[in-house]
Design a protein around this ligand. Sequence first.
Ligand SMILES: Nc1nc2c(ncn2[C@@H]2O[C@H](COP(=O)(O)OP(=O)(O)OP(=O)(O)O)[C@@H](O)[C@H]2O)c(=O)[nH]1
Ligand SMILES: [Mg+2]
Length: 436
Amino acid sequence: MEEKPGDSLSNKLSLEDEDSLDWAKKAYEKLKLEQEAKKKETLIKQEKDDINTVINISKEQVEQPSQLISKEIKDISNPLLEEKKVDSLSEKSQEETVLGDFNETFTWSAKVLEAQGKKAENISLDEINWLSKLQQGLEKTRKGFVTDLLEKFGDDPLTPDDLEELETLLLRSDVGVNATDQIIDALRTRLNEEVLDSKEGLRFLKEQLCKIVDGPINDSCKKTLLPERGVLNIWLLVGVNGVGKTTTLGKLAHLSLTGNFSTLIAAADTFRAAAVEQVKVWGARSGISVIANESPNADPAAVVFDAIGAAHSKKVELLLVDTAGRLQTKNNLMEELTKVRKVIDRLAPNANVESLLVLDSSQGQNGLSQAMAFAKSAKLTGVVITKLDGSSKGGVAFAVASQAQLPIRFIGVGEGIKDLRPFNSFEFVEALLAKR
Ligand SMILES: Nc1nc2c(ncn2[C@@H]2O[C@H](COP(=O)(O)OP(=O)(O)OP(=O)(O)O)[C@@H](O)[C@H]2O)c(=O)[nH]1
Ligand SMILES: [Mg+2]
């Protein structure tokens, strides 16, 4: 007999409230139906394509039988061609989102969406999958930080001793001194006023964590960073080498395309030989043009100059600029970044310019202090935190917000094209403190 969603879970989730479970079941059924309909559509299309191919081949065979046969032989015996086919196929399947089981991760994701006022009939598979990935990605951070903490909270009311331990855990997870002080001070004040049971202690802690990351976001007056329609927006991706700038650019290009913004990419990392090629691969994955200069040691400012020219003539709404991974000790590279900014300010004075610092979360506080050196030359306006999957230092998000006073705009939890989404403090904190 087919198991109905929720049957096997009902017991495990006895602590969850029934309405939430119903919401999750409804959402799962809706997504399942959608997925089945999509599968059918794909099958019908595939059949149609196959029929058309057979018809075309028969026509060509009648016209030029010998040429066609030799082409077929070439196709089969060309291993490169085969490899390419396999590559594009595996890439495709990697990007396709598939509905998983109705399990605790699904119900947790559904609950987070429901808590934000979403309707079960409006949610998408991508939203659910993203939350599942986020929750799983933060596992290592949660282990070192939150699991210990939740055990600490137990069922008893919080004590001043708990606060001391919490302080150590926060510092160990790279939350940073400023943010840790802020959280502990707020909890201490509450404890002095009243007895805090573990449930309220946890709720209050979540609230404080959200407050820290929301501070710079609220100051910026933009809850989510989106390109403005009908005008040129230029987003520069800067940061030390290997943090994920180019990958982030590729994922942003995909998001931009999904949002129907006309998009262009500038390959302004001319420092590393393979960088242009890497950007072109990402451009091709989303079908977005790339402006590049292949000559060795080409001037990045000149690439940006050309890209802005192209953006103006093609009425581009979002120009994404990849820059070299550079260390602040290499002054010439910092100067290069300043030069790029000058070209932008001169050529596109009315553009909305965002200078996004890409930070590898696994570098924790180290990455942050290194990166602060970028603030001056790059006129930073926001941060993208990458590699949260597998990092145990996801707490650095709080340090970024409180020490650098910069809004976190996007977070990355994997290498796939869909593994980057706008930062949402509620989802992030819930994932960080999820019980497992
Ligand atoms: N697991 C994981 N890997 C990531 C993520 N983002 C980027 N990476 C990987 O990190 C590595 C470096 O990424 P790049 O995008 O080339 O980094 P970069 O900052 O452009 O590097 P340089 O151009 O050399 O300065 C690649 O192997 C990426 O696949 C992420 O969110 N999660
Ligand atoms: Mg790069």
